[in-house]
Design a protein around this ligand. Structure first.
Ligand SMILES: C[S@@+](CC[C@H](N)C(=O)[O-])C[C@H]1O[C@@H](n2cnc3c(N)ncnc32)[C@H](O)[C@@H]1O
Length: 276
């Protein structure tokens, strides 16, 4: 399974460094939803499942008395612990499909960019089991395509970007490897349908703007699982792919390649549900 990639410390450090930051837009949606549904109940516990290096765990800290981040990968959890800045946040290695929490004990079960890796039916019933009445579930991610805007070079940059994604996914399809990207391309439609709660919402196409330099874009590509799958299966092809991608962007940006602040637009989506 591609998920074994996350067990490498080199990947976890690259992930922490280059994965795009958490989305305020998505977090605000989640916090308003929790506020509306929990109706002033005390917010004692949030669980961040598949927390990785803690990208979405730390922003939960000011809103809940305690936050626990769990992940199946020890190296992700080690990096998360290393970067932990909140006293009410803790981390442990544990799977999404068997949650070590009591029944009716959690106010929010969150999973950022992770639910596409879970055995979703097992995770869904576990999430419902641990949620309190009025407790909420939030599953979210981003669409694997990026629109770039920069001066009058946007058209060429976007062409390069979309060809980059196409090439990357073609390599993956050619290798016939299992991939969770179908869930991402459908913005979690099947995951939304699989959640065993009736009070649920599916929000798609949430626009998120991220300023990025060229090295950050190249880093982001490397922190993205499909690239790592290619790297693990064909190092030469992966290296060539990265060199060619960077060259293509450099050719377009010319002398500005090292200083340009580009604007990346990455669509996010979110499944929200509430237990009654
Ligand atoms: C793309 S990362 C997302 C990490 C983090 N939530 C974020 O938004 O940056 C996906 C994470 O899900 C974890 N994961 C995959 N399958 C899992 C499972 N069955 N149980 C727990 N964690 C899992 C991986 O180890 C990885 O850290």
């Amino acid at each position: 399974m591609a998920v074994h990639l996350y067990k490498k410390i080199t990947f976890s450090l690259a992930y922490q460094r280059y994965m795009i930051p958490f989305s305020n837009e998505v977090m605000n949606l989640i916090f308003s939803y929790v506020k509306e549904k929990t109706k002033g109940q005390s917010l004692d516990m949030a669980l961040d499942v598949g927390c990785g290096t803690g990208r979405y765990t730390l922003p939960l800290a000011p809103h809940f008395k305690k936050v626990l981040g769990i992940d199946i990968s020890e190296s992700q959890i080690n990096v998360a612990k290393q970067y932990n800045t909140a006293r009410n946040v803790s981390y442990m290695v544990a799977p999404a499909e068997k949650l070590h929490m009591k029944n009716d004990s959690v106010d929010l079960v969150n999973a950022g960019l992770a639910a596409h890796w879970f055995a979703i039916n097992k995770f869904g019933s576990e999430a419902v089991r641990v949620l309190k009445t009025n407790g909420c579930l939030a599953l979210h991610g981003f669409y694997p395509a990026t629109e770039i805007k920069y001066k009058d070079l946007s058209h060429d940059l976007n062409k390069a970007m979309s060809e980059m994604w196409d090439t990357l996914f073609q390599h993956l399809y050619a290798l016939k490897l299992p991939s969770a990207s179908d869930h991402m391309f459908t913005q979690y439609q099947n995951i939304y349908e699989a959640i065993p709660l009736t009070d649920k919402e599916w929000i798609t196409d949430i626009p998120v703007k991220i300023p990025m330099s060229l090295p950050e874009i190249i880093g982001f590509i490397q922190s993205f699982c499909p690239f790592q799958i290619l790297l693990q299966n064909d190092v030469k092809k992966a290296e060539q792919f990265l060199i060619q991608t960077e060259k293509r962007f450099r050719d377009i940006l010319g002398e500005e390649a090292d200083v340009a602040q580009l604007n990346a637009f990455i669509k996010h989506y979110c499944v929200l549900a509430c237990k009654h």
